[in-house]
Write a protein that binds this ligand. Structure first.
Ligand SMILES: *Cc1c(COP(=O)(O)O)cnc(C)c1O
Length: 789
């Protein structure tokens, strides 16, 4: 085992730490630098001062701003070790916009092809919709990096008369999934030798094995991930196009990227099919006549540049040089790349050593060449977690558990489905099973399908990441996922529970479970209003009447949740049907306030607002100043408002069906079996643990976890269909009586269930065909018998 050797001296490290003090204040460990890195605190301060000192205005108006922008262009060229002699700098919105600009403007001639790499970012795949190429080819990464070692390629210079087309080859300098770095030598090789008959043609007509030697080859380098933590030397390697986003290098500002175009690349750009403000010398309105600007980059910068952000880039460059100064002949980016690589190497070593007591590895790593050579591997580690029986833990749960530990990391496919396919070994059938049949979409939490992962966990480092950050991650993985006492685990899980044992179905009358408790949550994220003993409660087609009918929004109109404000659980609503009021009380004997239950009594002039719940826009009616003030006072926050949902959350039928299918969204009811909670044996009163789950329907069957095998159930004559287990897990760490947080709750469950975390089931009422639901309100009554199937 090699020891971790820090790249930065102690004093350098202290200086860096001081600029990211907000991480500790927010108890955050940030490990998603491939998503974006973080800005230094003095960097944004200095950028703001810059704005305060100077009169910066539209560069088309003001010379000074124009000079600033040119200064930044100069800095960008210097940063990549090149000059305006060799490269043009076109400012874009981000790397994606730069790629799309190449796709739009590259002139393929009559025979040019478009080649991209399997392990490409979605934004590169998107280029194929725009390019006017002859054929479109997917290349394996090996086909690019191995290049044409066999020398089959053809040098075309002598035969220039035969050239009829330009081919474009696009690939990432560093894979944003795995951190693998492609050998940049491939660039020059492709430019001179081409790529005859490589790759799999996915589009195009005619003879696939045609002679491609009459094409010139150009390279578009997606450098967005690579340049964030590695030096790119454009003197040494000269791709024709380089695409990047600055926030990945500096953290601030967002909204600026660049397309660097070599002289050679500029010549392969065709005639533009659009011109915008700033790109022309003149354009007649009365005739199809315009003249483009002389300067190449100006022709492609449509409209007003994000000049304030561009000016702020200067501070980004300065900050990197200030915090990571050149030392012993190593440049800033070289040192950053050594730092992040060192951390990745350390993490990989530690992860490899994690084993369950039975000797099974905890971690499945995804990388191509290991962590030996920083010219081939960057500061990214992608992996999945396995249980001691070898099954995978879903990445959705890792994300949840990590978040509870204050660790920010990324899960899924990271906009790189091709890399996901490659590293997880998914063939075309497996891809169809995931995306077409199971309906996974980017960004969701369908993390396991038939036990196989559909994505991974990714951690990535920046110059401000410390070894302690990596240790926090290791600590989280060890404490949450390493089995310690294997025999103590609850052995119910699907294998056994798939089929409900017949004895449970045929339970004798007196042994049938009863509905124990109903819980209505009138105000989203606040305490429950419980209906117990023989009480009954009306149902609507949304669920329990008044459930989540109100919500508290902050000054930005965003719904307040316990995640952001744990004190919400101290707000206790009671629904007073007798007097037609919703009463709120703060704490056990705090102040109270009321709002009317009936929508008609709601002030006719109350303002309509729109907020979002579970990513769905909801329309709400404002409940007035009085209750708003009461909320602000009790929660100690400014600008809060209470909204009442006016429209239906599941507006369209379409959406409703969709919601039923997706476990990510909430179903109508969450049902909890008290017996399962009992098996957790937490050191707190059982009912407090029950409350943590914020379920609507609580039963007690005497048999822990049998509910996971239910297909449907009938409670007091009302039929429900089971949507699936509840995998939401963020709330249960908050004790609903005290508002205290304890991540252990979650990690305990995760461990008991071999990292699965399923507790309670989502159920939806099956509408009764005969009954006219408008006319007859149905009720559920505590004490009702529960029949299961
Ligand atoms: C981030 C990233 C992109 C896209 O960058 P945007 O800023 O979202 O346009 C493209 N390719 C790679 C390799 C990336 O890491």
């Amino acid at each position: 085992m090699s020891l971790y050797r820090p790249e930065f001296s102690t004093s350098e490290q202290l200086r860096i730490d001081a600029e990211f003090s907000r991480l500790a204040k927010n108890k955050s460990v940030y490990l998603d630098h491939a998503g974006t890195t973080l800005y230094a605190e003095n960097q944004v301060k200095a950028a703001a001062e810059q704005l305060q000192r100077n009169v910066i205005c539209n560069p088309h108006t003001c010379r000074l701003t124009g000079d600033f922008v040119d200064q930044v262009r100069f800095k960008v060229l210097e940063f990549f070790n090149t000059t305006a002699e060799d490269y043009h700098v076109i400012f874009t919105a981000n790397a994606t916009a730069a790629l799309s600009l190449v796709a739009d403007n590259f002139d393929f001639g009559s025979s040019g092809d478009f080649h991209f790499c399997q392990e490409n970012h979605t934004s590169v795949l998107g280029m194929r919709e725009r390019v006017r190429a002859n054929g479109i080819y997917m290349l394996k990464e090996a086909e690019i990096s191995a290049g044409l070692a066999n020398g089959k390629g053809k040098v075309l210079q002598e035969e220039s008369s035969r050239r009829t087309g330009n081919s474009l080859v696009t690939f990432s300098a560093q894979c944003n999934f795995s951190g693998y770095k492609i050998p940049l030598e491939a660039i020059g090789r492709i430019q001179t030798d081409g790529l005859p008959q490589a790759g799999k043609r996915i589009w195009g007509s005619g003879d696939e094995k045609k002679d491609t030697t009459h094409n010139d080859y150009y390279v578009c380098l997606d450098a967005a991930c690579f340049v964030a933590t590695s030096p790119l030397d454009l003197h040494k390697y000269q791709p024709d196009y380089v695409c990047l986003s600055f926030y990945k290098i500096f953290g601030y500002p967002t909204g600026v990227g660049a397309l660097l175009v070599s002289r050679r690349g500029a010549e392969a750009f065709g005639k533009r099919r659009f011109f915008g403000g700033g790109t022309i010398n003149y354009a007649y309105p009365h005739a199809m006549d315009h003249q483009l600007r002389e300067s190449f980059q100006q022709r492609y910068e449509d409209g007003t540049l994000p000049f304030l952000s561009i000016v702020a880039l200067l501070e980004g460059f300065r900050t990197l040089e200030r915090l990571v100064p050149k030392a012993e002949g190593l440049g800033t980016m070289e040192r950053i790349s050594r730092h992040v690589f060192g951390l990745a190497q350390y993490l990989e070593e530690q992860l490899t050593e994690l084993e369950h007591p039975n000797g099974e590895k905890l971690i499945q790593l995804y990388n191509k060449v290991g962590y030996r050579d920083k010219s081939r591997q960057g500061g990214i580690v992608a992996f999945n977690v396995r249980t001691e029986t070898g099954s995978f833990v879903g990445f959705g749960e890792i994300a949840c558990v990590a978040a509870l530990h204050g660790i920010l990391l990324r899960t899924g496919c990271f906009c790189n489905i091709g890399a996901c396919q490659y590293y997880l070994g998914l063939d075309e059938q497996a891809m169809d099973a995931i995306y077409k049949r199971a309906g996974r979409i980017c960004g969701d939490y369908f993390d396991l399908i038939d036990g196989q992962p559909t994505g991974a966990v990714r951690v990535s480092f920046g110059y401000m990441t410390t070894r302690q950050d990596v240790d926090e991650l290791l600590k989280m993985l060890r404490s949450s996922y390493l089995a310690t006492k294997p025999q103590q685990r609850i052995r119910f899980i699907e294998e056994q529970a798939e089929q409900l044992p017949p004895v449970l179905k045929k339970r004798a009358e007196q042994l049938r479970p009863k509905l124990l408790q109903l819980a209505v949550f009138p105000v989203k994220s606040c305490a429950a209003f419980k209906v117990e003993s023989l009480g009954s409660w009306p149902l609507t087609d949304q669920g329990l009447k008044y459930d989540r009918e109100w919500m508290i929004v902050d000054m930005n109109g965003m719904a307040l949740t316990q995640k952001r404000c744990t004190e919400l659980c101290l707000i206790r609503p009671s629904i007073r049907l007798d007097i037609g009021q919703l009463e709120l009380q703060f704490g056990e004997d705090g102040a109270t306030i009321s709002v009317p239950l009936s929508l008609e009594d709601q002030a006719a002039d109350s303002a309509k607002c729109v907020s979002k719940v579970c990513r769905q826009p909801v329309e709400g009616l404002d409940c007035g100043d009085q209750v708003a003030q009461w909320l602000c006072q009790n929660l100690g926050l400014e600008g809060l408002r209470l909204l009442r949902q006016s429209g239906q959350r599941n507006a369209s039928k379409d959406q409703q069906t969709k919601q039923k299918l997706s476990l990510v969204n909430q179903a109508q009811f969450l049902l909890l079996n008290k017996s399962s909670v009992r098996s957790l044996q937490f050191e707190e009163p059982l009912d407090e643990t029950v409350d943590r789950f914020r379920a609507n329907i609580i039963i007690d069957t005497g048999c822990a976890f049998e509910e996971l095998a239910y297909k449907g159930l009938t409670i007091g004559g009302i039929r429900f269909q089971v949507e699936g287990p509840c995998q939401r897990c963020d709330m249960i760490c908050i004790n609903q009586r005290t508002g205290e947080r304890s991540p252990e709750t979650l990690t305990t469950i995760s461990r008991l269930q071999q990292g699965r975390m399923r507790f309670g089931i989502y159920i939806t009422r099956i509408p009764d065909d005969l009954e006219d639901s408008e006319a007859k309100e149905q009720h559920m009554t505590c004490g009702d018998t529960v029949l299961v199937e």
